[in-house]
Design a protein around this ligand. Structure first.
Ligand SMILES: NC(=O)c1ccc[n+]([C@@H]2O[C@H](COP(=O)([O-])OP(=O)(O)OC[C@H]3O[C@@H](n4cnc5c(N)ncnc54)[C@H](OP(=O)(O)O)[C@@H]3O)[C@@H](O)[C@H]2O)c1
Length: 307
């Protein structure tokens, strides 16, 4: 089946940070969308024309396959996943089911109905020890249950699907109404209330505004390109620098941001020290301005807050 501007796209994780923006952007472009998610349709994707909502449970074998086979989409954007890194560490079986088995199911169902698949993944496939930002050709070395299941999900998608692209995003945040709470959202509220915010000064990441991630993922979907793509924001910063830039954008006191080392917090799952992603490849595909640098993202984030 060939994919075009009027073809139906099925999106998983449609209530989530990235999935909700993929659904909204596709719907705004007039593309018919089957939005699938856990439980009822939520606020982030309410009232969008051309969007049918189908409840699916990635943890139940066959639930996603049935949704795909019933609707026969021309493309699938697989954003659904168990994304709580520490919860994954505590429950490897649930993490495997949601992040690997469901992705394998998406790939096999995509193959069966002749759909293109874009499967989302993470910067955490890297161990963060290279001391530089990662390119797509770098060899993954995932640490921790979330990271290992996401890497296995990448392999499942690439091995079992036919027309497949993997889109790695990182540290996703959004201020859209109804979107999940993230570090940036909580930090913004605290900073504007004059409260201190602690942020890791020794963890380097590529923060990605969910709306910008959706732009890149949809661009990749439409391009027809296969393989692995980094679809993250264009700046590599420590979480401390991220929070200080956020404070400046909001006109808050950046002195409220206090840098702390990763070792100061007992976390169940390991965190890579520098899992920032190079985005040159997606820049070449979609244009240099598409992966937004941090200041452009934060300006958009600030506009989202007041909408
Ligand atoms: N968030 C990040 O910082 C981040 C970083 C790197 C990579 N990623 C990757 O980006 C993709 C999109 O994640 P996101 O940022 O949009 O995070 P998210 O907001 O947590 O979205 C994930 C969605 O998957 C849904 N989901 C989880 N378990 C499910 C199940 N058993 N059945 C059906 N739906 C289920 C969640 O439902 P509920 O809303 O009900 O929980 C949620 O809506 C994922 O592949 C993730 O691994 C995310």
């Amino acid at each position: 089946m060939s994919f075009g501007p009027r073809s139906t796209v099925l999106v998983t994780g449609a209530n989530g940070l990235t999935g909700s923006r993929v659904v909204a952007r596709l719907a705004q472009a007039g593309q018919p969308v089957i939005a699938t998610g856990r439980g009822a349709r939520r606020e982030a994707i309410a009232d969008l024309p051309g969007v049918e909502y189908v409840e699916t449970d990635l943890a139940r074998a066959g639930s996603l396959r049935d949704a795909i086979e019933r609707s026969g989409p021309a493309a699938i954007v697989h954003c659904g996943a168990m994304t709580d890194v520490d919860a994954c560490e505590a429950d490897p079986l649930q993490a495997w089911t949601a992040n690997v088995s469901a992705t394998a199911e998406a790939a096999m169902a995509a193959r069966a109905v002749g759909a293109r698949l874009v499967a989302l993944s993470t910067d955490y496939v890297f161990d963060g020890e290279a001391g530089r930002s990662y390119v797509e050709e770098d060899r993954p070395n995932p640490r921790g249950t979330y990271a290992r299941t996401k890497r296995a999900g990448e392999e499942a998608a690439l091995l079992l699907g036919v027309d497949v692209a993997v889109a790695r995003v990182a540290v996703v945040y959004s201020a859209r109404k109804g979107s999940k709470r993230t570090f940036a959202g909580s930090a913004a509220e605290a900073l504007l209330a004059g409260k201190e915010v602690k942020a890791f000064s020794d963890q380097t990441v590529s923060p990605t505004l969910a709306d910008n991630a959706a732009e890149m993922v949809i661009g990749l979907l439409r391009s027809g390109e296969k393989g692995v793509w980094h679809c993250a924001g264009g700046s590599a910063v420590t979480r401390f620098d991220f929070a200080r830039a956020l404070a400046r954008t909001l006109g808050a006191n950046e002195g409220l941001v206090v840098g702390v080392p990763l070792s100061s917090v007992a976390l169940a799952a390991p965190r890579p020290r520098n899992s920032s992603l190079r985005v040159d490849k997606i820049r070449r595909l979609l244009g240099s301005a598409v992966p937004l640098d941090l200041s452009a993202q934060l300006e958009r984030f600030a506009r989202e807050r007041v909408r």
